[in-house]
Design a protein around this ligand. Structure first.
Ligand code: G6P
Ligand code: ZN
Length: 583
């Protein structure tokens, strides 16, 4: 057995190692600076404390983006030196974020071990490659992102770090082959366990969904399917689950070979970036396309996000979670006993609220960031949750789950079509959504993103809106001056959340303007960008009258959009006359 020693290496702090909504994300050129990653990893070990780190089992893997392989070797050596007992690595360093969460919660090692936490190497939906982004975040024993108390400690440590520990004499480990390699250090044995990236996750999915019915749907001649992984890690799971388990055709997979640079694309599943899928689904402006598939979906780089499409039809993420919640008990075996509660993030539309009311379910509105759902789930208060930012999931893990969301839709479709397979007219994605609107009303919804704007300008804009929200009469004066057909603002505030489980309070979570008819304007700064600032404007209008739920959403929201742009003086503060992305 190879024997290694522990080296203590002197280092000095780097500025700006504060983890954002979802870990530390920076350009690769920042991460590859000598000691940069080392400092962050050692600061994490120090924040966890030696008693938690010594003897621990840690998962280290990610979406396979550029620099991941180097990072895995560095983290492995540092873990060994810090007394970690074993490292679990998905084959080739690949594990989707939801699969990491599943592995932490479910996997049992060959020696009966269970994981204590995980380093996830991803910058999620941000582009990858030598000139793009890398990221790292730490997840806890429940499989969910570290809470702020831990990430704050990590950040404090990064400001004072003086040395890190690293194993000397430990060779690079072959992560392309499944198997366990053992080494010996000053504190005893250290194992690197490389395992199949999909099997634990697949097992979990099979315990949740009715795979037999979904397989029947996917092999029915009148149902066609398409999945775009945008060259992220979802491709690995899509092949295994949709093709090998559920008998979808290989040709239904687009961009399902993971690439370090995501093929040069932006691995974010929305109407702007998932171009190929959007065209295939007949939503592009090509005109003479062949008949689009009945169902299409895409994932982001680390496969926790999802976009669901029907033939020539876009399902907003806010509607998606509401529709899953409305149908879960009937269609999805995991939920047949009922839902413990449902939750959405504040900027997500209120479509879920209406379902919760109808079904008499516990309901929570939390700040942006999946970790807030985790607390509710750990306390048994929430089964299904979602966010406008293309995140949907349930309490089967503690991350959002892109493949889960697709399986949920397929399971609902399979359930609704159980008598229509083999030919004839199917209940389509569009039918399900329109039916939902006519039962519950429709929340017209759009989000305008102003990416990479000057951080100073963005701050000033937010300060302007915070000040404005204090005086409703002033706000209403301005609103009426912009569009007299828009109802009055009945309430405005800066969203604040008191966690019902641990009592912690999160302030400054976005500015809300709530109108008398249930419409909303929400403004917040993104917590996930890696350069400058990104301003997000969320615009929503509720329509109960079922004869008016079929309009084009940009048209229906026209007046509110104009109010949002002028009220916030966005052009004045940022110099931008148009958003970068509209979803
Ligand atoms: C990540 C988190 C999500 C959150 C999103 C917000 O994806 O996992 O829970 O909704 O970031 O991103 P933003 O850029 O709006 O802060
Ligand atoms: Zn992601």
């Amino acid at each position: 057995m190879v024997v290694f020693q522990v080296a203590r290496v002197e280092t000095t702090p780097f500025d700006g190692q504060k983890p954002g909504t979802s870990g530390l994300r920076k350009k690769v050129k920042v991460f590859i600076q000598p000691n940069y990653l080392h400092n962050f990893v050692q600061s994490t070990f120090n924040a966890l404390g030696a008693d938690k780190v010594r003897g621990a089992t840690l998962v280290v893997s990610g979406d396979g983006r550029y620099f991941s392989k180097d990072a895995i070797q560095i983290i492995t050596k540092m873990a060994a030196a810090n007394g970690v007992r074993r490292i679990w690595v998905g084959q080739n360093g690949l594990l989707s974020t939801p699969a990491v969460s599943a592995v932490v919660r479910e996997r049992v090692g060959h020696d009966g071990s269970k994981a204590n936490g995980a380093f996830i190497l991803t910058a999620s939906h941000n582009p990858g490659g030598p000139h793009e982004d890398f990221g790292i975040k730490y997840n806890m024993e429940n499989g969910g992102p570290a809470p702020e108390s831990v990430t704050d400690k990590i950040y404090e440590n990064t400001k004072t770090i003086k040395e890190y520990l690293i194993a000397e004499g430990l060779p690079d480990v072959d992560i392309s082959t499944v198997g366990v390699t053992s080494f010996t250090g000053p504190e005893g044995q250290f194992d690197v366990d490389v395992f199949d990236s999909t099997s634990d996750y697949v097992k979990l999915m099979k315990s949740i969904f009715d795979f037999e019915s979904i397989q029947k749907l996917l092999s029915s001649p009148n149902f066609t399917f398409c999945y775009d992984a945008l060259h992220g890690v979802a491709g690995v799971y899509a092949k295994r689950i949709f093709v090998e388990e559920l008998a979808a055709k290989e040709s239904s997979l687009l961009n399902c070979v993971p690439k370090e640079d995501f093929g040069g694309g932006h691995p974010d599943p929305n109407l702007t970036y998932a171009k190929e899928l959007v065209a295939r689904m007949g939503l592009g402006k090509t005109g003479n396309e062949s008949e689009p598939p009945e169902f299409g979906a895409a994932a982001d780089g680390d496969a926790d996000r999802n976009m669901v499409l029907g033939k020539r039809f876009f399902v907003t993420p806010s509607d998606s979670v509401a529709i899953i919640a409305a149908n879960a008990i009937e269609a999805i075996p995991y939920f047949s006993g009922g839902l413990k509660g449902v939750a959405r993030s504040m900027p997500t539309s209120a479509a879920l609220d209406v379902v919760a009311k109808h079904l008499n379910l516990k309901f929570f509105e939390v700040p942006t960031g999946w970790k807030f759902f985790g607390n509710l789930m750990d306390a048994g208060m929430c089964s299904v949750c979602g966010e406008e930012s293309f995140g949907t999931g349930s309490d089967h893990i503690r991350e959002k789950d892109g493949i889960w969301a697709v399986l949920a839709w397929l399971n609902i479709l399979a359930h609704k079509n159980k008598d229509n397979l083999g030919g004839g007219k199917l209940v389509t994605v569009e039918d399900i959504v329109r039916q939902h609107w006519s039962t519950y009303g429709r929340h017209y919804y759009t989000r305008y993103d102003y990416e990479n704007v000057d951080a100073g300008g963005a701050k000033e804009l937010m300060a302007h809106l915070v000040k404005l929200q204090c005086s409703l009469s002033e706000v209403n004066g301005i609103v009426k001056g912009i569009r007299s057909d828009v109802p009055n603002v009945a309430h405005a505030d800066e969203f604040e959340y008191k966690d019902p489980v641990d009592g912690s309070v999160s302030k400054h979570q976005g500015i809300r303007y709530l109108f008398e008819d249930g419409s909303r304007l929400v403004f917040r700064l993104s917590g996930t960008g890696s350069e400058g600032a990104t301003i997000r404007v969320y615009i929503e209008q509720y329509e109960k009258d079922s004869s008016k739920t079929g309009r084009d959403s940009q048209e229906a929201l026209g007046s509110l959009v104009e109010v949002a742009i002028k009220l916030s003086k966005i052009e004045e503060f940022t110099g931008r006359s148009a958003p970068t992305v509209i979803t």
